[in-house]
Design a protein around this ligand. Structure first.
Ligand code: FES
Length: 104
């Protein structure tokens, strides 16, 4: 059973931005792409950088440490389509944003 966590208010993440947060013992990167929320594992698979602190351009986030880029709507790396970073389901109810995380 996945665990559902309230992780933010809608107003915490304006369109075109992302935040880093902790939930369920994980770091999560939560992004708002034109009003749609997307959540990735917040730890960059390259060397552990904070993806939630990366710049978002359209649906592409750039890791602030060494520039790896991921499509936040799919988790897919932009130069290596075989590399997919974990993505988690997001739901919005009113002003509350929830993320479903697998049990660890
Ligand atoms: S830690 Fe993210 S690109 Fe290196």
């Amino acid at each position: 059973m996945p665990d559902r966590h309230r992780v933010a208010s809608v107003s915490d993440v304006p369109p075109g931005e992302g935040i880093e947060l902790a939930a369920g013992g994980r770091m999560i990167a939560l992004f708002n792409v034109e009003g749609e929320f997307h959540a990735l594992d917040g730890v960059c698979p390259h060397s552990g950088g904070p993806l939630g602190q990366g710049a978002l351009s359209g649906c592409i986030v750039t890791c602030p440490w060494h520039g790896w880029q991921f499509d936040v709507t799919t988790g897919v790396h932009q130069l290596n389509a075989g590399l997919s970073h974990p993505k988690f389901p997001v739901t919005v109810e009113g002003d509350d944003v929830f993320v479903e995380l697998p049990e660890q």
